[in-house]
Design a protein around this ligand. Structure first.
Ligand code: GRF
Length: 218
């Protein structure tokens, strides 16, 4: 993007971010806190959507004064498709969203959604991708006898958890770890790298097409 001097930086319009969530929303909380503390300056979360009306994440969004809605997708348990998918796309387009962030959104996005926001969807995943796409990442890392684990922010593509990796943070696996203790250690790092990726995106520093194969160390 052109004109990124101090002057244009001060007056440039913030990107409009939507965060999609399904549960407790600690990553959403980390994003909103980073915006409040001006660690994210180029983007502003203006909409939170959950597929689960009881998600605590909705409560967090409202506490920060961010519009929070639930759009059910009950008929498709692990995917977002059909009429619910169309409703999500419509809601995001009506809100003029520039960047969609998946933060614990427990559904796979299908091609129509990805086409609508190509290169503008980020996800946080709790493993060192390409290792352990999908669920139960910490248990799998422990069972494999890995010495380290971590988390990855990546672009969302048609391959589940397979889009270009942007930032990756590593943590050690300790002999006393179980899946819960490891998840807690990794989550702390998630809360750092996801806001950082949003700021990088807003600064025009990460572009899906141009991004190298190697993620930045977080
Ligand atoms: C995180 O571990 C994230 O990596 C994964 O789902 C979890 C969501 O946690 N995709 P929270 O809702 O952000 O607390």
């Amino acid at each position: 993007m052109a004109g990124r001097g101090l002057f244009s930086g001060l007056f440039r319009k913030k990107l409009r971010v939507a965060v999609l969530v399904s549960g407790r929303g600690s990553n959403l909380g980390a994003i909103l806190k980073a915006e409040r503390e001006k660690r994210i300056t180029g983007a502003k979360t203006v909409l939170v959507i959950s597929d689960n009306r009881d998600a605590y994440a909705l409560e967090i969004a409202r506490r920060y004064g961010v519009k929070a809605v639930s759009i059910p997708a009950a008929n498709f348990k692990t995917k977002l498709e059909g009429e619910p998918e169309a409703r999500y796309i419509r809601a995001l387009q009506e809100a003029k969203i520039d960047l969609v962030v998946l933060a614990g959104f427990m559904r796979v996005l299908k091609p129509a959604f990805i086409r609508a926001f190509r290169g503008r969807i980020l996800n946080i995943h709790p493993s060192l991708l390409p290792k352990y796409p999908g669920l139960h990442t910490h248990q799998r890392a422990l069972e494999a006898g890995d010495r380290e684990a971590g988390c990855t922010v990546h672009f969302v593509s048609e391959v589940v958890d397979g889009g270009k990796r942007i930032i990756q943070a590593r943590v050690p696996i300790l002999p006393v770890d179980n899946a819960d203790s490891l998840a807690r250690r990794v989550l702390e790092r998630e809360h750092v790298i996801l806001p950082r990726a949003i700021q990088l995106f807003a600064d025009g520093k990460i572009d899906e097409a141009a991004f190298p194969d190697q993620p930045i160390a977080g």
